[in-house]
Design a protein. Structure first.
Length: 294
């Protein structure tokens, strides 16, 4: 499948804090749809953005960072009122975010509260991962710093629409500079990103489009709910006439490895990503993006 002619949806959230599973809420969501020309340059952008009423007070520190006040969101829709549009924007897209696990955790929680599941985009690309691969010697991978390296304009950082578009342009510019082939699997490998699982494996979509286990003790349950079992499946072996071999084909095992890396709950260097979404932490290389302006 060719990816350069698919919608690239870069998204961002602004939130009341850092802990979606401990009561923090989204106060702004934006998704910018980028379309590329044959040369890989961005030829069109379409922004979608909403202020969101979190139904809880916005902390002063968050207002200092974002400029968003309680008064700004008082008449804004609740997330439940925009959930269908958010779901549709991300479904079937090449989705991009800067520190993807953070925004995904908040959106997953908000969607779950409206009885919806994560929309399972065609690809999930974290521009922090891409930056770390392309600039291994860089001390920070904050969005503003990456934009400066690539000469990409970022005005009014910490507003969702501006951050989302900048993030999308970071991805497309790095892909263009590295001459990434117009093949979805090649792009996923280059970006260290996750796509849909290979057909015929032990995990795949259910009738609602969720990626679930197709066999075993958790059959029918979303794979993200049981990361330890998925890690076991990636290492599982069986004994046959020729000795011990891996239980599942390499294509499925590669998807599992990438899923565990990309869908990890966050970054805390130098420890690996935790296994549960409510254990999310910030990595020092990007943490300054969430500190108040000085």
């Amino acid at each position: 499948m060719r990816w350069k002619h698919l919608p690239i949806v870069a998204f961002d959230t602004e939130t009341t804090g850092l802990q979606p599973f401990a009561g923090d809420r989204i106060i702004e969501f934006a998704a910018v749809v980028l379309r590329l020309g044959d040369d890989g340059e961005v030829v069109e952008t379409t922004p979608h953005s909403w202020l969101v009423n979190p139904q809880i007070p916005i902390p002063r520190k968050v207002t200092e960072i974002t400029g968003i006040t309680d008064a700004d969101v008082a008449s804004a829709p609740r997330f439940a009122e925009i959930a269908d549009e958010v779901f549709d924007l991300l479904s079937g897209s090449i989705s991009v975010a800067h520190n993807y696990p953070f925004d995904m955790a908040f959106l997953t929680k908000e969607l779950r509260d409206t009885l919806r599941h994560w929309p399972e985009p065609l690809a999930e690309i974290d521009t922090v991962d891409v930056s770390m691969a392309c600039f291994p010697e860089a001390r920070t991978h904050r969005l503003g710093d990456v934009c400066k390296r690539l000469d990409i304009e970022l005005v009014d950082a910490h507003r969702a629409t501006n951050d989302a578009e900048a993030c999308g342009r970071v991805f497309t510019e790095l892909a263009r500079r590295h001459d990434v082939a117009d093949d979805l699997q090649a792009m996923l490998s280059w970006a260290r990103a996750i796509g849909r699982p290979p057909a015929g494996g032990p995990v795949g979509p259910d009738e609602d489009g969720r990626v679930v286990f197709l066999e075993g003790p958790h059959e029918g349950r979303p794979v993200g709910e049981f990361p330890l079992h998925l890690a076991w499946m990636e290492k599982a072996r069986v004994r046959g006439p020729q000795g011990w071999t891996f239980r599942y084909p390499e294509s499925a095992r590669e998807w599992m490895r990438r899923f565990l890396s990309v869908r990890g709950a966050g970054r805390q260097s130098p420890s690996p990503k935790p296994g549960r979404p409510d254990e999310w932490m910030l990595d020092p290389c990007i943490a300054d993006d969430r500190r108040p302006r000085t």
